[in-house]
Design a protein. Structure first.
Length: 643
């Protein structure tokens, strides 16, 4: 989320002063480039690992602040949500056994968080989108209590002029309106950095843009949100839409997304990117830096360019330019497209593919500007996010190729060449790029594993149970250390303790609802009950607010009571429905719901949130749950006795 020392409110005078400092920083950067002040001929890499914390029921655990308090390491930091943390790894020279060292460092960082999280009844998970996250988790109360995060929500809400929206079309469609920037916290990323120098920045950034689509296609891991099958890498759509400050504007005016791929190739310098962003985007934050970069340069010191970094931290290019201050300053390209997970070894394999292509790019691809229109590169990026390895990409020769074929025949061999040209350990190169090769060959990305696992469980359990199973199995497979192309598909019977998944109504309620309106004919209710073999049909209005419920028992009473049908007019649902039925919320505890059913002598409880019908639980659900728990308990006993 960038630098933390910011001001979210300011006067006109403070804004003008900050803008003056920002422009001064940009001029100082120009001078530093012209005077050759940057580190040259050094190739370092870095990584940032975002994690989501889950509890024993595999749901988000909002304990990041207390977990962080137990970790004495400033490389572990907060993220927007209380159920996320980020680990910033130390940079490494891109040579020798850097890739296996990266894997070792990732394991150490995740292990550090795990040891601290266990004491809060939680554990870390690497996943692009946590399957069990619900809209109710994305509340203001779950924002990490840091000024920057509150300011981010306030500023973007003001720019948008209203609520936050998601509109995503995939195998299923998702439409969400929400009142908080917390929609952005659905994303969990793995970000990698590649050091460059000013003289080669333009060419390398263009190469980064070119290879983003195929690298992302091989790495997709975020296909499911709120139980819906969307893009193979749904994070891309989420981040672009939620951090959108365009607001409402005339259709004739072109306004850019604050999260974006870019508008064109870079011609000469990193300055082009910074100038474009300053010219196009209004301030979200300012800082109160009193640094004079020119005085520092005159003294032979390196300025921090704090104001430039503050503004740059609020511009979310998928391949972002970063300035690093130190004894000798440096530039780097930050790749922000990759998801967290599926496993640490998969992440390092993804890194190897990108680093290798970046290293090989100048030789293999050359100057890409005249070989492919930038609009096609941007289109490639969207296709890979939507379709993963099933996408087709337009390439430098003007032809369109299946992405998997392009990776197998051209890009993986090029990445091998690039890494070996920098004397990266041959064993490391083969180990990690072999993983990419096998993943592409089998087509089993993290996204495909999730989708096929979910499809295999369809009809066996509720949506909530499927999502909890996916999350639990993901955690088990991650701990095994195996790459995702070797993972067995998730199933319901893996010895997981499911008791935690029946604590609250929202964990197992039926959400695929069949409802009627109060003016519908009663015959429709009877038909639905007959067709679907259900005993309760909720009644809702046009805004999906619950207004009543019709039970099979009430319907039978009507029939046996020989109600007068002499007029021949169809009977309306409202004449028989129970108005103002007893209801619960998704957060209601199961034992409380059972007591309520006994007390009120009802056999079904509609589940509502803010008056809107979201699910239903019935006596049959409890019988099913009891049978499942008994079956799993007996199976566990049998398995133990045979060992």
């Amino acid at each position: 989320m960038g630098t933390q020392e910011i001001q979210a409110k300011w006067s006109d005078e403070q804004q003008r002063a900050f803008m003056r400092r920002l422009l001064n920083d940009l001029r100082a950067l120009d001078r530093m480039i012209n005077e050759g002040r940057f580190e040259e001929g050094v190739r370092k890499i870095g990584a940032e690992q975002e994690l989501v914390l889950v509890d024993r029921a595999w749901e988000p655990a909002s304990v990041a602040v207390e977990v962080l308090a137990r970790i004495n390491d400033d490389r572990v930091t907060t993220e927007l949500a209380k159920y996320n943390l980020e680990i910033n790894l130390d940079p490494l020279d891109l040579t020798g056994k850097c890739l296996s060292t990266l894997e070792k460092n990732l394991k150490a960082g995740v292990g550090l968080v795990r040891d601290a999280a266990i004491r809060s009844g939680a554990q870390p998970l690497m996943t692009g989108i946590l399957p069990t996250l619900e809209l109710s988790d994305l509340c203001h109360e779950n924002i990490t209590p840091r000024d920057r995060y509150y300011a981010l929500e306030e500023s973007i809400t003001a720019f948008r002029g209203g609520s936050f929206e998601l509109r995503i079309h995939g195998a299923d469609d998702l439409t969400v309106d929400h009142d908080s920037i917390m929609l952005e916290s659905l994303n969990t990323s793995y970000q990698i950095h590649y050091q460059t120098s000013p003289s080669e920045f333009a060419q390398l950034h263009n190469i980064a843009q070119l290879i983003t689509a195929p690298v992302l296609a091989a790495s997709v891991n975020s296909p499911i949100l709120f139980g819906k099958r969307l893009w193979r890498e749904t994070r891309i759509a989420i981040f672009q839409q939620t951090v959108d400050t365009r607001g409402k504007s005339p259709d004739e005016r072109d306004l850019l997304y604050r999260v974006r791929f870019g508008e064109d190739w870079i011609d000469d310098s990193v300055l082009e990117m910074f100038r474009s962003d300053i010219a196009r985007f209004r301030l979200l934050f300012i800082d109160d830096s009193n640094e004079d970069p020119f005085e520092m340069l005159d003294r032979g010191e390196t300025p921090s360019l704090q104001s430039l970094q503050t503004h740059n931290s609020t511009i979310y290019r998928w391949n972002r330019a970063c300035y690093g201050a130190g004894e000798i300053p440096h530039l780097r390209i930050e790749n922000r497209v990759l998801p967290s997970g599926p496993s640490i070894v998969d992440e390092v394999a993804n890194s190897a593919l990108w680093f290798g292509l970046m290293a090989a790019g100048p030789e293999v691809f050359g100057d890409v500007r005249g070989k492919l229109d930038f609009d096609e590169v941007r289109s490639n990026f969207g296709a890979s996010a939507r379709e993963g390895l099933e996408s087709h990409l337009e390439w430098l020769d003007g032809k369109t190729y299946p992405t998997a074929e392009l990776l197998e025949k051209e890009l993986i061999p090029a990445a091998r060449h690039g890494l070996k040209s920098l004397d990266v350990d041959a064993g490391d190169v083969d180990r990690y790029l072999d993983i990419i090769e096998e993943r592409v060959k089998t087509r089993q990305t993290g996204a495909r594993w999730l989708l096929q696992s979910a499809a295999g469980m369809k009809g066996q359990c509720t949506r909530a149970e499927r999502l909890a199973t996916l999350t639990a199995e993901m955690a088990v497979c991650q701990r095994s250390g195996a790459p995702v192309h070797e993972w067995p598909l998730a199933t319901l019977d893996r010895g997981v303790d499911w008791r935690q998944n029946y604590i609250r109504i929202g964990q197992y309620m039926t959400t695929d609802l069949l409802t009627v309106r109060e003016n519908d004919p009663l015959d429709l209710v009877a038909s639905i009950m007959d067709w679907e073999r259900i005993r309760h049909v909720p009644v809702e209005d046009d805004d999906r607010n619950l207004v009543g419920i019709v039970s099979y028992r009430k319907l039978m009473r009507l029939i046996t009571g020989a109600l007068d049908h002499q007029t021949g007019d169809p009977i309306a649902v409202r004449t028989i429905m129970q108005a103002d039925p007893v209801t619960v919320t998704p957060e209601t505890h199961t034992l409380d719901a059972i007591e309520l059913m006994k007390e009120k002598n009802v056999s079904a409880l509609p589940v509502v949130k803010d008056g809107v019908l979201v699910g239903i639980v019935t006596e049959r659900d409890y019988m099913r749950i009891a049978a499942q728990l008994l079956e799993r308990s007996l199976k566990k006993t049998d398995d133990s006795s045979t060992q």
